[in-house]
Design a binder for this molecule. Structure first.
Ligand code: PBG
Length: 327
């Protein structure tokens, strides 16, 4: 049937009609909010992150307070990133039972109903800023797996619901699953950063949590932006190793990967709208070139591509300030 019998504009004739025909919906429970917790900060101290307008590094107390406020506003889950006082060659603060992340997990599990996800990596904890153990300027894969497993186990022991390895070493999901199971943590989920690209969009994050590598880059373990098939293989392997949820990161420049992965594997799929995506939109909004509706539109596009969960720094804005794209 074609014009004039079919008129697509009928479907858009009023706000109410548009609303009931809306195909994609963004729900509060789709959002995961990243919290940066800095060990050095005391009481309710917080530091503004200049490269990410409106985002903060929190003290433990401050992070718990912010998490509670967000839970009241409808948030369901957070992902924790720690900034330790002490860094060394093996990132030992990352698997310290009294570490900043471990202590925050315990407080959040005691005082909130939030699903607590933890980023499992070494780069914020190592003196060289790399995601693994270094020898002769090379990141050693297999040696790093023991450390990543120890970190994941310490998070699970503290009560984390989901551990999320972001290091991109080969075999880490398998190593972590085995370690968790051997220690009785059968019910701790693994959300693997399966298709994590070597992206320039992480720049504000590295600045915010001081995790930039002191030499070299991350291109020997993170993926090349030129590749799609490789992402499918990475996701396939992580699923076979035991990942419960897989992640594509960044989100907006990689919508095709989200779509491809979801179609191929039908597994819970998360997308990380990373620091650079956040700062880019915020810069446009602060300059007056864009509006808050652009934020919502970016999140809707990530859902439309197939993401079930979105890690986003915009969660507070969406929940507390009721930002929406008015259809
Ligand atoms: C690594 C990690 C990174 C991000 C999350 N986990 C940075 C990196 O790989 O260098 C990026 C998050 C963001 O940019 O918002 N621990």
């Amino acid at each position: 049937m074609k014009f004039p019998t079919t008129r697509m504009r009928r479907l858009r004739k009023s706000f109410q009609v548009r609303k009931i025909l809306q195909e994609t919906k963004l729900n509060p429970e789709d959002l995961i909010y990243p919290l940066y917790i800095k060990e050095e900060l005391k009481d309710r101290q917080k530091e503004h992150i200049d490269t990410m307008p409106g985002q903060y590094r929190y003290s433990l107390e401050g992070a718990v307070g912010e998490a509670k406020r967000l839970e009241e506003a409808g948030l369901s889950s957070v992902i924790l990133f720690g900034m330790p006082e002490h860094k060394d060659e093996t990132g030992s603060s990352a698997y310290d039972n009294e570490g900043i992340v471990q202590n925050t997990i315990r407080r959040l599990k005691d005082e909130t109903e939030l699903v607590v996800v933890t980023d499992v990596c070494m780069c914020q904890y190592t003196s060289h800023g790399h995601c693994g153990i270094i020898k002769d300027d090379i990141i050693l894969n297999d040696e790093s797996l023991n450390y990543l497993s120890k970190i994941a186990l310490s998070h699970a022991e503290a009560g984390a619901d989901i551990v999320a390895p972001s290091d991109m070493m080969d075999g880490r999901v398998d190593a972590i699953r085995k370690t968790l199971d051997e220690n009785g943590f059968f019910n701790t989920l693994i959300m693997s950063y399966a298709a994590k690209y070597a992206s320039s969009f992480y720049a504000p994050f590295r600045d915010a949590v001081c995790s930039a590598p002191s030499f070299g880059d991350r291109k020997t373990h993170q993926m090349s932006p030129y590749n799609i098939n490789e992402a499918i293989r990475e996701v396939d392997l992580d699923i076979k190793e035991g990942a419960d949820i897989i992640m594509v990161k960044p989100a907006l420049p990689y919508l095709d990967i989200i779509k491809e992965v979801k179609r191929e594997f039908k597994i819970p799929t998360a997308a990380y709208q990373v620091s650079g995506e956040y700062s880019m939109l915020m810069a446009g909004i602060e300059a007056g070139y864009l509006t808050d509706e652009s934020i919502y539109e970016s999140l809707i596009s990530i859902k439309r591509a197939g993401a079930d969960l979105i890690i986003t720094y915009f969660a507070p804005k969406i929940l507390k300030e009721d930002v929406e794209y008015k259809c």
